[in-house]
Design a protein around this ligand. Structure first.
Ligand code: ATP
Ligand code: MG
Length: 229
């Protein structure tokens, strides 16, 4: 399964979600590849340091994405693709291959208003592929007492997008984790609340996808064997 984390808006939490999702799936015993599709290359560096069991690859052009994602999918249970902050051709290529798209979105009025534009390539892919990839908005960097506002609900409904029940709160520990070469749940008491919320988000997202394992889960800690040729 290929899960793409996309939003043409920059700085909304794509890489943070991608690295944590890859790490969480790996801890569940799945073989996971993180495809870093952002030319900045930050998530592949972070995942290599924080979760060495995850196979990290960089795919920086639309052609690389279209050509290589199917092979990577055949080699791992999950490919988590971290999308770029602006390049829509890269996002388009990703969405033509993805099975499921996670769209992190800040909950501010400006971001909500920009949602139609930020998800345009997603709708084009869904139109071409008859509804695939299914997509879900994840509200990110919300206040601790955030409640889904009517504006947000209406904006999402107008675009035929669903919003995950679990939101990711603005917490300093998320911003500190890459510098610590860790995931938030590896940072002890500081990361406990963040770890609980982000893992419950992943359980929610994957439960609804009814994920079938393509191959038997491997024992945690084992790298997937790479195919030759
Ligand atoms: N829930 C959060 N709370 C606080 N800081 C966060 C949170 N999520 C992400 N950040 C921080 O916000 C910044 C942007 O996050 P991230 O890099 O994950 O976004 P992105 O969408 O991948 O950005 P880009 O479009 O540039 O690739 C980073 O400094 C990150 O550490
Ligand atoms: Mg990023």
């Amino acid at each position: 399964m290929i899960i793409a984390i996309v939003n043409s808006k920059g700085g909304v939490g794509k890489s943070t979600l991608a690295v944590h999702l890859a790490g969480w799936l790996s801890e569940q015993g799945y073989s996971v590849t993180l495809a870093d599709c952002d030319s900045q290359g930050s998530s592949s560096v972070w995942v290599a340091e924080a979760v060495p069991n995850v196979n990290a690859v960089r795919l920086t052009t639309p052609n690389e994405i279209l050509n290589q994602l199917p092979t990577l999918e055949g080699e791992a249970d999950f490919v988590i693709a971290d999308g770029p902050g602006s390049n829509s051709e890269t996002s388009r290529a990703l969405l033509l291959r993805a099975d499921f798209a996670i769209v992190p979105c800040k909950a501010s009025m400006l971001e909500v208003r920009a949602l139609a534009q930020a998800t345009e390539v997603l709708r084009q892919a869904q139109d071409i592929r008859e509804g695939i990839p299914e997509a879900k908005i994840v509200l990110s960097m919300v206040g601790a007492n955030y409640r889904l506002t009517r504006d947000m609900k209406e904006a999402a409904a107008a675009l035929d997008l669903r919003v995950a029940k679990t939101a990711i709160v603005l917490r300093q520990v998320y911003a500190d984790a890459p510098g610590q070469r860790a995931l938030v749940w590896g940072l002890g008491a500081r990361g406990r609340e963040a770890g609980t919320e982000i893992r419950s988000l992943f359980r929610e997202l994957l439960a609804e996808r009814k994920v079938k394992k393509k191959r038997r889960a491997k024992a945690p800690g084992r790298r997937p064997a790479r195919k030759k040729g």
